[in-house]
Design a protein around this ligand. Sequence first.
Ligand SMILES: [Mg+2]
Length: 358
Amino acid sequence: MKLVIFDLDQTLVDFITIHDETTLELFRRFFGVDARLTDIDFAGRSLADNFGELARRKNVPADKFSEKLPELLDNYERIFAEKMPQDASRYILPGVKELLIELDKTDNFIVLYTGDSSGTVDTVFQATGLGKYFRFSQYGTEVKTRTEMARKAIEKAAALTRRKFSGKDIVIIGDSVRDIDCGKEFNALTIAVATGFHSAEELAAHKPDYLFKSLKDYRKVLKAISGTSKWVSLVDIIRMIVFVLIALILGLFGASLLFSDLGPGETMTRRLIMAVVFFFLSGLVVSYFTPKFWLLGGLVSWGGALLGFGGLLRGPTTETVIYLLPSIAPAFIGGYLGGVVGRRQLLGKLVRRLFRRG
Ligand SMILES: [Mg+2]
């Protein structure tokens, strides 16, 4: 599991024209000057930070600015929301939706960090429908720097998942050099995307681990995110050994179901149905807990398979087929399904969704 931290503006969506119009309107109203976000190097900074620099540039007296700042931020959320079109899907950058949908199928923990305020993010999420892909958002209005924002997000993710994220288990994806610099402070995997204010050359100079023109080729981005997590860890190996043993024990039970005598009143059909269900469920459970090695689920049929192959050597009979088919087929089908459910954490997602609705 990796912690993937996305920036919002010009990484996932591009509402800069609306941010610009909102800033212009408010600076005119509050300070009587024309000021746009794009007048300064706004990328990767909090809104309050950007306003401070704009005010200095436009010679707004410092005391007047600090006195008006809270009101300015409040009005910002409202005006930004008023200017937002009902359906803002065209403001979502290419490949973003596909990337988020694919990431949603993995066990990675996806969060957002942004210099925007929570009200502005709510407006963006409502208009774009992107909110459902993020476990939480860390806002720039709560802390001063991008690094503090990331630190808070990492701590919060650790508390929620009860696991520690460090080094390349943390992935930071953003369009500004500040996203890269911030990622480097945590030795995180940094993915820069040149869909913002900073050019590909400027981004490259800060040496991100990966640099993409856009997120359009989302499969490449997915690969960059998963990086080393494709390797099998020691914990995975221990887990696999334990489940090999469990699979063998279940297989032994299964085999005894196949070759033991029928009980009084028990029919062969009933016994076979029981065997099929047993192998299917055993394969499902084993693979659910070891989704990376879903073929293990098939191992639960080893007893039946052994009896079947023994029969084949002596010459195939109906008995051989009875040993092979009701054990191998359901064990592998169950194993495959268990792997899919386990890998996508479908049960966890279902529980989370129920909780959210509740
Ligand atoms: Mg950005």
